[in-house]
Design a protein around this ligand. Structure first.
Ligand code: NAD
Length: 434
């Protein structure tokens, strides 16, 4: 099978996994980043993010000289046949995607083109960004070196990113030339899955529409949960019953405190924004966002109701990462919830198995604990925010003994309410009466 020389721009969650996995399937990959500290760490063998299996993958491929890291695009693109753009596309205050990093990289790529190159968008971008990037590169490509734009959106999930990349449900390739199509299909030849070959705009839309649909499913489950609470039904069982229908499916169909992270919230907003901009107000997406915000507000008001007041109360928080098995706290529900609790006068003790270092960078006035038991000690309420599997097997008899008031607020419906009540807790789930 053909081996390519690849440059991946960005050394974040997506770029590092993309680079390491492409090296693993036999390509020669150089990852570059303009964060020189990150590059120095990577060159010293340190991985700046927590992602299951990534350490070993990076180490193995660096040793085999298939993976390297460089501080400049000039060095990274030296022999590159394919360049992936995998930099961040954060949200702007108006909800649109901030494409500043993409634009800066496009300008730089244009200057360093040496031979025919495929430029692949890996970052999640609004529809028509590919066209814009192509225009930018053409404008700065003074020598007129040939290149082709490709959209190759990424569907990996943090926490299982390496597995997801190597064993994906599908690979989407938006292309406009046979030459680029052949190179991209050869690049992924070792990965056995369904290939969707389409045009660039459709590929861009597949990603935005997929993430917005997943967000919609979560908000739907949360709305069902609201009805369940009002009538005394159990959302956990209702959504389980719904999910068994193969037309619905069980994933992303659980009532709780909603979605967060660096993908769903910003992609939902950016999709809404771009839809409006091209002439369609995709109103459903606005509601999805509102329901998500309500879920967090509801969680905080449930704690307040159980304790009568939050002023001077101590709340133990279990989990800060936006979901289990990652250290990523960007747009994590915990960050928002902790802020709301603090604003009402609560004192926070928090613990997360791997996200503590990143959390320390974004949370102020929080007492960070070294384990779950320490977070619960002397608390008036213990609030489960991220459903790390290790939180399931905690010794709750011990936890109850250490708490000032035994209120357990289960934001992810992880626990058996009946068992928790039998242990003496005042238990509250989401969309459940027990
Ligand atoms: P990230 O913030 O972890 O990484 C982005 C990296 O790009 C950073 O290391 C930054 O220093 C680097 N960078 C910025 N400007 C640069 C430049 N001019 N030159 C070189 N490097 C530069 O972001 P991420 O989570 O990896 O997300 C990247 C993109 O992938 C986003 O568009 C995101 O929506 C998309 N995506 C993310 C996920 C996910 O689970 N995180 C999944 C699928 C798609």
């Amino acid at each position: 099978m053909k081996s390519f020389t690849v440059c991946v721009v960005g050394c974040g969650y997506v770029a590092l996994v993309t680079g390491a996995c492409l090296a693993e399937i036999g390509h020669h990959v150089c990852c570059v980043d303009n964060d020189q500290k990150k590059i120095a760490e990577l060159q010293a063998g340190k991985i700046p993010i927590y992602e299951l299996g990534l350490d070993n993958l990076v180490r193995r491929n660096v040793k085999k000289k298939r993976l390297s890291f460089a501080p400049t695009l000039a060095a990274g693109m030296e022999d590159a046949q394919i360049v992936f753009i995998a930099v961040g596309t954060p949200p702007r205050p108006d909800g649109s995607a901030d494409l500043t990093f993409i634009d800066a990289v496009a300008q730089e790529i244009a200057v360093h083109l040496k031979r025919y190159t495929v430029i692949a968008e890996k970052s999640t971008v609004p529809v028509e960004t590919g066209e814009e990037v192509e225009r930018t590169i053409k404008h700065h490509n003074k020598k007129g070196i040939p290149f082709d734009m490709v959209s190759n959106p990424e569907f990996l999930r943090e926490g299982t990113a390496v597995q997801d990349f190597l064993h994906p449900d599908r690979i989407v390739i938006g292309v406009q030339s046979k030459r680029a199509q052949k190179m991209m299909t050869d690049l992924y030849a070792r990965i056995k899955t369904k290939l969707i070959i389409t045009d660039i705009k459709s590929a861009e839309l597949i990603k935005h529409a997929s993430n917005s649909f997943l967000a919609t499913k979560i908000s739907f489950a949360n709305s069902v949960g609201r009805v369940c609470e009002l009538v005394g039904a159990d959302a956990k069982q209702v959504t389980e019953g719904m999910g068994l229908d193969p037309r619905i499916g069980p994933s992303f169909l659980r009532a709780g405190i909603g979605f967060g992270g660096f993908c769903l919230p910003k992609d939902l907003e950016a999709f809404h924004f771009i839809s409006r901009q091209v002439g369609y107000d995709f109103e459903l997406l606005r509601t999805v966002k509102e329901v998500n915000e309500q879920a967090r507000a509801l969680f905080v008001s449930k704690i307040e109701k159980a304790l009568q007041t939050l002023e001077g109360k101590t709340i133990g928080i279990l989990g800060i990462a936006f979901k289990p098995n990652t250290d990523d706290v960007r747009f994590a529900p915990a960050v928002d919830i902790i802020g709301r609790l603090q604003a009402r006068g609560a004192y926070i003790r928090a613990y997360d198995p791997v996200a503590m270092k990143k959390a320390e960078g974004v949370l102020k006035g929080v007492h960070f604990c070294s384990n779950a038991y320490e977070a619960a000690a002397k608390a008036h309420c213990l609030a489960l925010v991220t459903e790390w599997p290790q939180f399931k097997g905690l010794n709750f008899a011990r936890i109850k003994r250490s708490m000032t008031q035994a209120v357990l607020m289960d934001g992810r419906n992880l626990y058996d309410g009946i068992k928790m009540k039998a242990l003496g807790f005042e238990y509250h789930g989401m969309g459940r009466f027990a």
